[in-house]
Design a protein around this ligand. Sequence first.
Ligand SMILES: C=C(N)C(=O)O
Length: 128
Amino acid sequence: MVETQSISTPEAPQNDNPYSQGVIVDGLLFVSGFGPVSPETMETVNGDIGIQTSRVIENLQAVVEEAGGSLADVVKTTVYVTDMADYDQVNETYGEYFDEDPPARVCIEAARLPDNVSVEIDAIVAIE
Ligand SMILES: C=C(N)C(=O)O
């Protein structure tokens, strides 16, 4: 069986649902999808889609840093939005975090996301 390591940090949202915040296998970190949820309150943050996108990326960042990496190590993301009309504003905020050599990415409009959030992002990170 392949060796895996689960990553867990209180700096990103934690809940009892059956998934890890992140899992490392063979030098790659797979980060679960996070919504714009505060790790302190476990509530969706108030604010526009830009503020929500920031919270999402900072949740991802917390897991990446717990694994010993940084956002510069992210190689692929998937962005899920519930309204493609938010695409430009999501890109603007996303670009503030991934400004140089940004990761490969897919963006999908989803009918509905857990907790009825408007944006969720998952990531693959080259950790070693
Ligand atoms: C929120 C999630 N990442 C999930 O339910 O899979």
